[in-house]
Design a protein around this ligand. Structure first.
Ligand code: TYD
Ligand code: MG
Length: 458
C-alpha cells in the first residue's frame, strides 16, 4: 500500500510543518506538534465541488425515530451503566488503571454474547492469543466461541472486521494499535486519535459495536489529553481500590443513557461478579461505634448507597496536613474553615485525614455533613451513636442545604436498619412525627444545629 503523506499540526494554533519540531514555529508553544495524515486534515480541493447539489432538509418531527436497538451483554451491572446494553453502531471507551479488570470483564461479556449467537471479536494487542485463552479457562469459559485476533496494525484489524462481520468488536487496548499511515509510535496522541477515528467510522458505517479499552495515564487522563472522549458515544471508567475486591464502573458520558450511573462488581477467582445490592458494601464492620466514623447516604446514579466516612484528627506539626482519600481535598479545606468560623470547632494545629471506605470516590457535595460530623467526632474522641447516618451539603455561610432525592436516601437507610438520621430540613418528611420505619429523623438548618444534635445523642 502506498504511504500517504503526513505532516505535523500544532494543537494550539493549528500551524503546520512538514517535519516534526519540538516547538511550533508559529505560536512557539512546546510539544504541541502532532502528526496527521495530510489527506485527513485538508480534504483535497475538488474541482467538482461547485457542482455539488444541496442536500434536502427534513424537519425534526418528520424524521422517523425508533428507539435504539440494544443488545444486552448479559452482565446486568454492565448493562446498567450502558443504559440497557450495547447499541448498534455504538462506540464505547472503557478506561481504568492497569490490572483493574478491563480485559476480564470484556472477555466475560463477549463470551456471554457469543453464547446467545451474537458474533464477537476480541482484538488483543497486549497479550498473545494463548494468554487470552488461559484467562478464559481460568474464568471457566470453557468451549468459548469468541474469535480472538492478536494484532496491532489498524489496517489488518479493519480488514478482518470487514471480512468476519462481528456484531461486537473489543479492541484491547487502543494504545497498542498503530496505523501504517503515521510514523509516530503506537500510543502517541496522533496514533491513538487516528486509529480510534477509523474504528469509529467503521462502527458508524454499518460495522460492529466497538469497545475501545484505554489505559489511564499517570496523570489520570485517558490516552493523553482525553483525545478520545469526544469521539465516542459512551465513556466508562473503572474505579476502585486494587487492594479491595470491589470495582465500580461509572458512566461519565453516554449518548444512549444516563450518566453517573454506576455498576458494582466484586473480583473473585472466577472473574468479576455483579453486586446487585451494593448499598451496604462500603461500610466497615465495627462491633461498637468508634470515634471519627460517620455513615453517609450517597446517591450514585439511580441507587442510594451507604458509605462510611472516616476521619482522623491528630495534633500536627507547624504546618498541619489535610489529606483525603476518595473525597475532594479542596472541599475538605473549605469544610474545616466553615467548622471553625460557624461552629467554633478549630483544627488549625491538627492534621486532618478523611477517607471514604472501600475505594469509592464521592464527588457530590451532599457528603459535607457526614464529613464534618466525622471530623468533630474524631476531634472530641466521642463516637456517634449506633445506627447513625447523615447527608446534606454545607454552604460557606454554615447553612445546611438539601440533597437531591432525600426521601430515597432515607428509605434506604431505614431499610438497612439505621435508627437515627441528621438531614437538611428540606429533606425531612413534611408529615408530623417525621419518622420513617424505625428511623428517627432530625432536621437541621445549620451546621451548629447538626453538631448540637450529634452531641446530644452521643
Ligand atoms: P485484567 O482484566 O487483566 O486487568 P486490565 O485489563 O484492566 O489491565 O485484570 C487482571 C487482574 O485481575 C489481575 O490482577 C488478576 C485479577 N483476576 C482475578 O482476581 N480473578 C480472575 O478470574 C481474573 C481473570 C483476574
Ligand atoms: Mg488488560
Amino acid at each position: 500500500m502506498a504511504k500517504e503523506k503526513t505532516s505535523f499540526t500544532c494543537t494550539e494554533c493549528g500551524g503546520t510543518s512538514p517535519r516534526w519540531l519540538g516547538q511550533c514555529p508559529h505560536c512557539e508553544a512546546w510539544n504541541t506538534m502532532v502528526e496527521v495524515v495530510s489527506g485527513n486534515t485538508a480534504p483535497a480541493r475538488n474541482r467538482f465541488a461547485s457542482l455539488a447539489r444541496a442536500s434536502e432538509l427534513t424537519a425534526l418531527a418528520d424524521i422517523e425515530a425508533s428507539d435504539f436497538e440494544r443488545t444486552p451483554t448479559g452482565i446486568d451491572e454492565l448493562d446498567r451503566v450502558l443504559g440497557g446494553g450495547m447499541v448498534e453502531g455504538g462506540v464505547v471507551l472503557i478506561g481504568g488503571d492497569p490490572g483493574i479488570g478491563k480485559s476480564t470483564l470484556l472477555l466475560q461479556a463477549l463470551d456471554g454474547l457469543q453464547r446467545v449467537n451474537v458474533p464477537a471479536l476480541y482484538v488483543t494487542g497486549e497479550e498473545s492469543g494463548a494468554q487470552v485463552a488461559l484467562r478464559s479457562r481460568r474464568l471457566g469459559l470453557d468451549n468459548s466461541q469468541v474469535k480472538v485476533l492478536a494484532e496491532t496494525q489498524l489496517e489488518k484489524i479493519l480488514a478482518t472486521i470487514a471480512a468476519a462481520q462481528p456484531a461486537i468488536a473489543v479492541i484491547d487496548s487502543i494504545q497498542t494499535i498503530y496505523s501504517d499511515q503515521l510514523t509516530s509510535a503506537p500510543g502517541s496522541v496522533a496514533q491513538v486519535r487516528e486509529c480510534a477515528a477509523h474504528l469509529t467510522r467503521a462502527a458508524k458505517s454499518g460495522g460492529p459495536c466497538v469497545v475501545l479499552v484505554g489505559h489511564v495515564t499517570k496523570e489520570g487522563a485517558l490516552a493523553g489529553p482525553r483525545v478520545l472522549e469526544h469521539m465516542v458515544d459512551t465513556v466508562l471508567y473503572f474505579e476502585g481500590d486494587t487492594h479491595s475486591s470491589f470495582r465500580l464502573i461509572r458512566a461519565i458520558k453516554n449518548r444512549f443513557g444516563a450518566v453517573n450511573e454506576i455498576g458494582v462488581f466484586a473480583m473473585t477467582e472466577k472473574g468479576l461478579k455483579g453486586v446487585a445490592n451494593p448499598s451496604a458494601i462500603f461500610l466497615s464492620q465495627h462491633a461498637e461505634p468508634v470515634p471519627g466514623s460517620c455513615v453517609l447516604v450517597t446517591l450514585e446514579g439511580t441507587r442510594p448507597m451507604l458509605v462510611e466516612i472516616q476521619a482522623l484528627v491528630d495534633s500536627g506539626g507547624p504546618s498541619p496536613r489535610r489529606l483525603s482519600v476518595g473525597l475532594d481535598r479542596d472541599r475538605l479545606a473549605m469544610l474545616l474553615a466553615v467548622l471553625h468560623r460557624h461552629a467554633g470547632v478549630a483544627c488549625m494545629d491538627q492534621d486532618v485525614f478523611v477517607n471514604a471506605v472501600g475505594g469509592v470516590r464521592i464527588s457530590e457535595p451532599a457528603a459535607d455533613l457526614a464529613v464534618m460530623l466525622a471530623i468533630t467526632s474524631s476531634l472530641r474522641g466521642k463516637a456517634l451513636p449506633k445506627g447513625f447516618v447523615a447527608f446534606g451539603e454545607v454552604g460557606l455561610a454554615g447553612e445546611v442545604r438539601p440533597a437531591p432525592r432525600g426521601q430515597e436516601r432515607l428509605r434506604e437507610a431505614a431499610k438497612l436498619g439505621f435508627s437515627v438520621a441528621v438531614v437538611p430540613k428540606a429533606n425531612a418528611p413534611k408529615k408530623a412525627g417525621k419518622d420513617l420505619e424505625g428511623l428517627t429523623i432530625h432536621a437541621v438548618d445549620r451546621i451548629e444545629e447538626a453538631l448540637d444534635v450529634a452531641r446530644g445523642l452521643g
